[in-house]
Design a protein around this ligand. Structure first.
Ligand code: 13P
Ligand code: SF4
Length: 317
């Protein structure tokens, strides 16, 4: 199946016919982003899913995102075009691991990144995404310990921003972002002294970019640590005509649309998430034709997880 204008028209017709809205994450293939009703980061899409008047949500993203939509709207039908679209970061902590960790710190507040399974969310006090993680941690009583999971690089970023010492960080990582390394970023930043740098906090290189900014190697105002949605806003406000982007390569599509006059370059053009790319034009068409894959979350788990996700969508609004 090719992403032709006929394909796009058929996708839109089927979605309308069954009263569905199509959501796409910023890392989706360009043709999927272009046919969607809404494109955004994980926080924006969670909010849209919670408020959507349509009875069906077609989530073009990875499984935990569709699961989060189902937790927020159990009465809606949530479909994902390919349920095998997982996430290596969400796989880095199980509910069992979290139970053991909580037993070691019984009084701590648990903050989980939205990139986790529903079962992990059920054991969590507040969820966050990369765009509100700092606000979420800052909202917690400074005397309480925090267990932050599962991403070590986002955790390091939040700890730096909040200056919080009583934060314990799980050592998980996303294989795509961890693979964008500091040397590559530094070489490119030195080779393009006028470019701004947009770095996702899941990147291992976020720390190295900030270190070099702190050492005066790069002016600090060249380096921006941003969620994918934050990158779009920053693109519209950018002063430079070149931006180096350290995140999954799907991001370049919305950035180029938001600011056509700017030259956006990937720091690592091999940084593609194979899970995000499982949502192909053929899979989206089949999803609408055959009603699959439907996302189910066990109602008891969903009820436990709902509070933490609800608090996430309320903070940093
Ligand atoms: P955001 O869109 O919240 O920045 O998340 C990025 C991500 O890795 C999702 O998988
Ligand atoms: Fe998960 Fe990383 Fe893919 Fe995002 S880019 S969905 S964190 S594996």
């Amino acid at each position: 199946v090719e992403a032709t204008p006929e394909w796009a028209a058929e996708v839109k017709r089927l979605a309308r016919q069954r009263n569905a809205t199509i959501l796409a994450h910023n890392y989706q293939l360009p043709e999927i982003q272009d046919v969607a009703d809404h494109v955004g980061d994980s926080l924006a899409l969670s909010r849209i899913a919670a408020e959507a008047p349509e009875g069906t949500i077609v989530f073009c993203g990875v499984h935990f995102m569709a699961e989060t939509a189902k937790i927020l709207s159990p009465e809606k039908t949530v479909l994902i075009p390919d349920q095998r679209a997982g996430c290596s970061l969400a796989d880095s902590i199980t509910a069992e691991d979290l139970r053991d960790w909580k037993a070691e710190h019984p009084d701590a507040v648990v903050v989980s990144y939205v990139n986790t399974t529903a079962a992990v969310k059920g054991l969590t006090d507040i969820c966050c995404t990369s765009s509100n993680a700092v606000d979420v941690v800052a909202s917690i009583d400074p005397d309480r310990d925090v267990l932050f999971l599962p991403d070590q690089f986002l955790g390091a970023h939040v700890k730096r921003e909040t200056g919080r010492e009583n934060m314990h960080i799980w050592m998980g990582e996303c294989h795509v972002h961890a693979g964008i390394n500091g040397d590559e970023l530094n070489d490119q930043a030195r080779a393009h002294p006028d470019a701004e740098l947009f770095v996702h906090p899941e990147c291992g290189c976020a720390t190295s970019a900030l270190y070099l900014a702190g050492e005066g190697e790069f002016p600090a105002d060249r380096v921006h640590i941003l969620s994918t949605g934050g990158m779009i806003d920053a693109a519209r406000a950018a002063k430079s005509n070149q931006v180096l982007v350290a995140t999954e390569v799907g991001m370049l599509h919305q950035l180029r649309k938001a600011a056509p006059g700017i030259d956006f370059q990937a720091v690592n053009d091999r940084a593609a998430c194979k899970y995000m790319k499982m949502i192909t034009p053929a899979a989206l068409l089949r999803c609408l034709e055959e009603n699959r894959d439907e996302v189910h979350v066990d109602p008891e788990t969903a009820a436990k997880a709902r509070n933490s996700v609800q608090r996430m969508i309320e903070i940093g609004n």
